[in-house]
Design a protein around this ligand. Sequence first.
Ligand code: CP3
Length: 342
Amino acid sequence: MLKNDLLIKALKGEEVARPPVWMMRQAGRYLPEFMQLRDQYDFFTRCQTPELAAEITLQPIKRFPLDAAIIFSDILVIPQALGMNFTMPEGIGPFLADPIRTLQDVENLIDPDVEEALGYVYDAMDITKKELDNSIPLIGFAGSPWTILCYAVEGRGSKSFDKAKAFCFQNPKAAHLLLEKITKTTIEYLTKKVDHGANVIQIFDSWGGMLSPADYDEFSWPYIEQIVNEISKLVPVTVFAKGCWFALEKMADSKASALGVDWTIKPQIARDLTGFKKTLQGNFDPSRLLSPPEVIQSMVKEMIDDFGTYKYIANLGHGILPNIPVENAQAFIEAVVNYKRA
Ligand code: CP3
């Protein structure tokens, strides 16, 4: 049904002539057309206005030969639905004035009807699917419960998320209740995203790498696995857990179809840890898009040679940075599209 199903083929482990390519945060601040809309509407207005979210989703698709679209939204729409009033002040990023600090705070959260609370996301997906007209797959996403807990407890971004970690270590009962609540709503949310046309789901565990391997097994992985177990019955699921190479071996035995890796791991080591049981996605250093286009092209070729074309999705190792020249993003994508095996 999809005209370009390279991404789905790679997720299923089917042979492809060249790997599919998309970029995390491809709908973002490096695009002048995104900046124009950004000057007119604040961040969550863009997320909550289906026509705007659909338009932003399609901006990179109109410019580049990408093999997937990812719906423009944010991982923070889940804590918002649970009753946390996140905003995105200029120069601060995600911000919550009254963060979660006690068991009572967790008990006070709402158990939302996702269709009611997050209907705007589904409306944006309906418009996007119509516009895409089955040309390429649409990726839906959510944050991991641990990564959402980080923002819910810290109340903003952090270099160490030490308040979030302290909450887990000093008040594990409250932490696990919060993680359970996020997990339940995330499963409902993602199930409906599939109903509204998501062909693939990606879980972003952006702050998993803040935890030790043992704490990861207590506070992050079990909740991701619950989500993966449910959603993988519907569509292929990718888990991107930044800084979590220590967990790759275990993740390779999960029901995920693909595992995202960041640029701090060598492709061969990621393959050794996962034994071709999973498709791997990544792992170009986003800052390397600041190199001249010719350098980007040769580095991309090397990256594909190292991962191989089988069970591989070309991507960055984290989201694209706002200061990347558009021509350099284009060089990255075209280098994958024009890849030829030696
Ligand atoms: O990939 C895409 O193109 C889809 C859009 C997308 C956004 N956020 C849009 C966005 C996705 C997949 C996300 C996920 C997200 N949001 C994550 C996980 C991925 C990652 O990068 O680690 C996280 C941790 C968040 C929380 C969040 N939202 C942060 C840390 C920020 C940046 C704040 C800042 O000032 O830099 C945001 C805002 C945000 N979400 C932007 C975009 C394009 C930029 C802010 C803006 O446009 O005003």
